[in-house]
Design a binder for this molecule. Structure first.
Ligand SMILES: Nc1ncnc2c1ncn2[C@@H]1O[C@H](COP(=O)(O)OP(=O)(O)OP(=O)(O)O)[C@@H](O)[C@H]1O
Ligand SMILES: [Mg+2]
Ligand SMILES: [Mg+2]
Length: 536
């Protein structure tokens, strides 16, 4: 019965849904390139992206597997691997070991990859997803981490179809990788999506990797099984949309097979499949599994860590992203989750005008100064609105880097601006004009402002200050003008009779607009009431 309807989920445009009688299980293997200065087993510079550099530029004899060369372990890797292991609550192995995983491919001329098979760097960790921070349906979900192993990346094959040649770029060869393997704990797509985001943000936050999927700095393999049949491993998933489209496709494929009664035949052996953009395709099955003939690498000594190494690195750990979010969402900052994420979640896009770290620091410094200046009466929303919304809006509009903003408006100056608003010395509208003007003219001067910023005189110069005392005659004239221009007798009658009390606000709004917010609304309100003889 359900069968016929559920088959429909395959139709294009229909929303994908997991069916309760077909239970999904998923485990992830994530490869992350570490951003060390040098490569894993050689002194070559670690710069894996040939697009920015010449191919085969960052290579040594060892990276191209010249016979007779030997690996030399780069200890810098230990610090990054340990930081990540601690953040993922893993037990770091004080005595880990490198192994050779044999297979031949053009981009791996050594004939084996150096990895950690028998005795990985760290194991038995977990990452907790929580519904308040991560978009999941459960209150809390623990994803267990099976292990973290250090291994070397391979070279990169480049296929030239026109002359059926394939070229190899060894810039990526021997770049340090961490392979992180989770247990098959994922039971829906939201958990996978938020885990990937959280893991990506974590490696960026720790400065361990750029975490970019587009460049291949982070690569995700997905293992899936349905109703405890054999797992299928999905590889070659270059971006988020292929990851999720491949999972959806593969889930539906399993469901169809089970429904058709073919599962015993088809789903009892594990296999590896790739993604071609619209469907998953078989790469190899259990029967053709490569025998990697793992063996300890005799050229590399064991990694033996001193007892106090891990506790030492723990002391160097920054506050983790969830803790930062929690802190920003409680007093005195009281940010919404959305705003707190703007200050903490690293997007890493290349046209970004600031890093999260810079923005968070600017916010915290400004907040502190404003709080000191305003004392008891400080309003936690002011720094939020004026930094996260107004300032970022202007930076995007004018394409100004935060580094530049800080030159003209350092936290103490920004806090002065907040105080002018706080004390009602300038209206919001005037402050917006002022902020735009300051940034725009700084940009127009090619970021070479000659004199230091003097907010008070700018406010005077542009007549942006709130007008405390307005001659009654002037005020009456403005208000009468607004009533005449309106030409809406019904509204006026409604205001006078009290039937349309809200319309008075409209008139006040017109006054605010005309005076660009410099005249206080209560002055308009009393004058309108006076002119119209309002009794209520
Ligand atoms: N029944 C299952 N359903 C879904 N995923 C599973 C299941 N059993 C294991 N997995 C997942 O399969 C992955 C196994 O990865 P692991 O690196 O240990 O081995 P591998 O894939 O055989 O090796 P390689 O690194 O050579 O690809 C893990 O992410 C694990 O969670
Ligand atoms: Mg695998
Ligand atoms: Mg693996």
């Amino acid at each position: 019965m359900i069968g016929r309807r559920a088959y429909g989920t395959r139709l294009a445009g229909q929303k994908f849904k997991l069916l309760p009688e077909y239970k999904l299980r998923c485990g992830l293997e994530i490869h992350t390139q570490l951003c060390t200065a040098n490569k894993l087993f050689s002194a070559s510079t670690n710069s894996p992206f040939a697009a920015a550099d010449k191919p085969n530029y960052h290579t040594s004899y060892f990276d191209v597997s010249l016979p007779g060369t030997q690996p030399l372990f780069n200890h810098e890797v230990l610090l990054l691997a340990t930081k990540l292991s601690i953040a993922l609550n893993c037990d770091v192995n004080l005595n880990s070991q490198f192994d050779r995983k044999h297979y031949f491919y053009g981009d791996q001329p050594l004939g084996y990859q150096i990895t950690q098979h028998y005795s990985p760097f760290a194991s038995n960790g977990f990452l907790r997803l929580r519904s308040i921070f991560d978009d999941i349906d459960q209150d809390s979900k623990i994803i267990e981490i099976q292990q973290l192993q250090i291994e070397q990346d391979t070279g990169k094959s480049v296929y030239k179809e026109q002359d059926s040649k394939s070229l190899i770029d060894f810039n990526r060869s021997n770049v340090p990788l961490i392979e992180m393997v989770t247990r098959p704990d994922f039971t829906d797509l939201k958990q996978i999506r938020s885990f990937l985001k959280k893991y990506q943000n974590l490696v960026r936050h720790l400065g361990v990797s750029t975490g970019d999927l587009e460049t291949g700095a982070m690569r995700v393999d997905v293992n899936i099984s349905v109703n405890d049949y054999a797992r299928v491993e999905l590889k070659n998933l270059p971006n988020t949309s292929s990851i999720f489209n491949a999972i959806k496709f593969e889930y539906q494929r399993h469901v169809d097979i089970i429904r058709n009664g073919d599962a015993e035949e088809t789903l009892t052996h594990s296999q590896t499949r790739g993604w071609n953009g619209s469907s998953t395709v078989k790469l190899r099955s259990k029967e053709t599994t490569i025998d990697y003939r793992y063996m300890p690498d005799p050229e590399l000594p064991r990694i033996t860590l001193a007892e106090d190494f891990v506790p030492g690195v723990s002391q160097l750990m920054p506050e983790l992203p969830d803790q930062v979010l929690e802190r920003l969402m409680s007093a005195p900052y009281s940010l919404s989750l959305k705003d707190a994420k703007i200050l903490t979640i690293n997007s890493n896009s290349h046209d970004q005008l600031y890093t999260q770290h810079q923005l968070q620091q600017f916010y915290l410094d400004t907040f502190k100064m404003y709080q000191q200046q305003a004392g008891e009466s400080f309003n936690h929303k002011l720094p939020t609105n004026w930094i996260i919304h107004e300032l970022l809006g202007n930076m995007n509009k004018l394409e100004i880097y935060l580094e530049k903003v800080v030159e003209i408006l350092p936290p103490e100056e920004f806090s002065n601006l907040l105080m002018f608003i706080h004390e009602g010395k300038v209206s919001k509208a005037s402050a917006k004009l002022l902020l735009f003007h300051i940034l725009n003219s700084f940009k127009e001067s090619n970021f070479k402002s000659t004199s230091s910023l003097d907010l008070s005189s700018l406010i005077k110069e542009f007549e942006l200050d709130a007008i405390e005392v307005v001659p009654q005659e002037d005020l009456r004239q403005i208000c009468q003008g607004i009533i005449d221009d309106l030409g809406d007798d019904n509204m006026i009658k409604g205001i006078i009779s009290g039937k349309k009390k809200n319309s008075l606000k409209y008139l006040v709004g017109q006054g605010m607009r005309l005076s660009q917010g410099r005249i206080k609304p209560h002055l308009f309100e009393s004058t309108f009431k006076d002119i119209l003889g309002v009794k209520w």
